[in-house]
Design a protein around this ligand. Structure first.
Ligand code: CIR
Length: 268
């Protein structure tokens, strides 16, 4: 599994509750969001990453979901073009940081008519699974294919019929294991072209949110409060050759804004 060294995060703005969401329920709480974000950043550091924390952007309530505006792989750093017009301006605020932190990687920037949110992109070894969602269009997938295939990645397009992003419903625990919400678990694209067998751990629909897990080096971050996920991940962890830690994080406030663990950072 690729080892990460750094992460970029952004402090949630006081306006974060004005961001885009489909969630219906209690209003998000800024103080609690800051606490949960701080615990998340501590977990990234605990997993061995050097974390760069960017200041809040009050004019962009979704800007702390930094994963959507860039994709960084060892060979390239790509600034995306988010599919929601309200989020397009977040990209400009990330460009200097990418230039500063991405070393001598070449950099690319997606252009219209392409739209692509990083939340739709799951890099799994040398396969890149890309969700075609309401946010990421065919031109976005094509642009990503054009950038990544010459660099030795196989880009696989996956339909996103449910949820905001592909990674809202499917993430990787390891090179041979994905975790997926039930409605995604049997999609043939999840294992298409994988050089070795990939097992897909399916979560019941009631735990669909918990399919967004985050593996960082020898640590797996999972959202707290999802017993089926916790039990499956624990069983998987005990079957691994190397010792792994599992850290459960409270994610209630990000969840109210349709966000999850991966959305809150860029890892590279
Ligand atoms: C949005 O709708 O764009 C934000 N409220 C949530 C973005 C979550 N990002 C992600 O899943 N990668």
């Amino acid at each position: 599994m690729h080892r990460f060294e750094r992460a970029i995060v952004r402090r949630p703005a006081s306006t974060f509750g004005e961001g885009l969401t489909t969630f219906e329920g209690p209003a998000p709480d800024h103080a609690r969001m800051l606490e949960q974000h701080a615990a998340y950043v501590a977990a990234l550091r605990g997993a061995g990453l050097t974390v760069t924390e960017l200041p809040a952007l009050e004019a962009f309530p979704d800007a702390h979901f930094v994963e959507d505006v860039a994709l960084i792989v060892p060979e390239l750093a790509i600034a995306t073009r988010p599919g929601a017009g309200a989020r397009e301006g977040e990209v400009a605020a990330m460009l200097d940081t990418l230039a500063l932190l991405c070393g001598d990687r070449p950099r690319a920037q997606l252009e219209a008519p392409a739209t692509l949110d990083g939340g739709d992109v799951l890099v799994h070894e040398r396969r890149v699974l890309v969700g075609r969602s309401d946010r990421s269009n065919a031109a976005g997938v094509a642009a990503l294919r054009q950038l990544l295939e010459p660099r030795g990645y196989a880009v696989v397009e996956v339909p996103v019929a449910q949820g905001l992003h592909f990674k809202s419903s499917v993430t990787a625990l390891g090179p041979r294991t994905l975790v997926a919400a039930a409605s995604f678990a049997s999609l043939p694209e999840l294992t298409l072209g994988a050089p070795e067998p990939v097992e897909v751990l399916a979560l019941p629909e009631a735990e669909a949110y918990a399919a967004n897990t985050l593996r960082i080096n020898d640590t797996v971050l999972i959202p707290a409060g999802f017993p089926t996920l916790a039990e499956r991940v624990d069983r998987w962890r005990r079957a691994q050759a190397e010792p792994l830690s599992v850290v459960a994080l409270e994610m209630s406030e990000a969840q109210k804004m349709d966000g999850a663990l991966t959305c809150l950072s860029l890892r590279f």
